[in-house]
Write a protein that binds this ligand. Structure first.
Ligand SMILES: Nc1ncnc2c1ncn2[C@@H]1O[C@H](COP(=O)(O)OP(=O)(O)OP(=O)(O)O)[C@@H](O)[C@H]1O
Ligand SMILES: [Mg+2]
Length: 383
């Protein structure tokens, strides 16, 4: 095995583009996903609501941010990851910061934005710093339909829709005092100059939150454009790593690249973390596979443990353990019954499995079930 180090010092960590670990923002930082990017941009141009779904670390935020920059529409980006029990204040803070970012980003029509937003009840803007205050209680509290109507008038004036993107939108279900589904339907039907984009890694939860299949949902029957991120194929993983290493001037043995591509299962976030570690650590890159694998397994373990803690049923752990290899429904049932030493009712098993599918932890392909992410599989084996 040989490793030749190039001259990374002249490139500098901040410029490790493909392997930079922050979500990507510019098209030239994005590996491929051209089709997905076009789909997303087409969705935003043509449909009032677009959804980006995909497993964790498959590039949803990157795709979204690049699309927002490429589209050239005014946009507001909200990262809606909350703690377990968010308060009204937590949500308002996200809105406040996103609006401040919005106002600061658009120098050329800032005056217009400030004028319209300051006319919204509950919103006040102090000009020089563009700092925004929002009231959420009392007679002067912000009403969201009014805020979106104001954004619509900004869009209508500019003749360009304002795109409002909620990253990890399934989290909005925790904000139980706002009926987002009704709000989105209102926007869909009435505000031609506002476009909504929602991303979600807990796909089933997002769909349930939007109640897309339910006749009584305000969004029922409306066209919604859906874009999915995906795992890279083995060849693409190899190509991604090769391109990334070439970019930073490091030459790595093909065998190591192939081994890493196999290990990280096409999840671009893990591949990026691997490349980044090879770049920033003096140890040979071959050792980074194990090192990054350990880091990745620990992250995944943490996530699984959080999930298990949040569930009342003790059965999930055993169920997850049976799903580290691909199994049919009846194999799963038999295995779980063997572990527990008692029979399990079909309905219960279906409920448990569906929950795991809703959270995108488990995927079902050709009537077989398996934990989707290979790293999570390894994490569960170690539990
Ligand atoms: N197309 C891409 N090209 C290069 N790097 C990418 C690409 N997509 C994602 N990445 C990298 O992978 C990692 C995960 O990306 P990102 O945060 O966009 O994914 P995500 O699906 O939003 O993840 P999460 O589920 O954690 O929110 C980041 O380090 C990002 O830089
Ligand atoms: Mg994300």
């Amino acid at each position: 095995m040989f490793i030749t180090w190039g001259t990374p010092s002249i490139v500098g960590v901040a410029q490790a583009m493909l392997f930079s670990i922050k979500p990507k923002e510019r098209r030239d930082e994005l590996y491929d996903f051209e089709k997905e990017l076009e789909e997303l941009m087409k969705g935003v141009e043509r449909s009032p609501i677009t959804i980006v779904i995909g497993m964790r670390r498959t590039g949803k935020t990157s795709l979204l941010k690049v699309a927002l920059n490429e589209l050239g529409n005014p946009y507001i980006y909200l990262d809606t990851r909350f703690s377990v029990n968010p308060t009204y204040r937590d949500f308002i803070y996200i809105v406040k910061e996103s609006l401040e970012d919005f106002v600061r980003r658009y120098k050329s029509f800032r005056e217009k934005i400030v004028e319209v937003l300051s006319s919204v009840k509950g919103v006040s803007i102090s000009i020089p710093l563009s700092s925004i205050d929002i009231s959420w209680r009392g007679d002067n509290k912000l009403e969201f339909p009014e805020l979106f109507t104001a954004l619509n008038s900004i869009g209508s004036e500019l003749k360009k829709s304002v795109v409002v993107a909620f990253d990890e939108a399934q989290e909005l279900r925790k904000i139980t005092w706002i009926d987002f589904v009704r709000l989105f339907a209102y926007i869909y039907d009435n505000l031609d100059y506002v476009k909504i984009v929602l991303t979600g890694s807990e796909v089933g939860l997002l769909y349930k939150f939007l109640r897309l299949d339910s006749g009584d949902s305000p969004l029922y029957g409306r066209y919604i454009h859906i874009v999915s991120t995906r795992r890279l194929t083995l060849e693409e993983s190899v190509d991604f790593l090769e391109k990334g290493f070439k970019e930073i001037g490091i030459s790595i043995n093909k065998q190591i690249i192939e081994e890493a591509a196999k290990t990280f299962g096409g999840v671009i976030g893990w591949l990026t973390l691997f490349g980044y570690n090879c770049y920033t650590n003096p140890d040979p890159c071959s050792q980074q596979i194990d090192k990054v694998l350990k880091i990745a397994i620990n992250i995944a373990k943490n996530e699984v443990e959080n999930f298990l803690r949040s569930r009342r049923s003790e059965r999930y752990k055993a169920l997850l353990k049976t799903l580290t290899i691909e199994r049919s429904w009846s194999e799963i049932k038999k295995k779980l019954e063997d572990i527990e030493g008692r029979t399990i009712n079909d309905k219960t098993l279906n409920e448990l499995l569906n929950t795991l599918i809703d959270l995108s932890i488990v995927e079902k392909k050709d009537n077989k079930y398996i934990i989707a992410d290979p790293i999570t599989r390894k994490a569960i084996e170690e539990l």
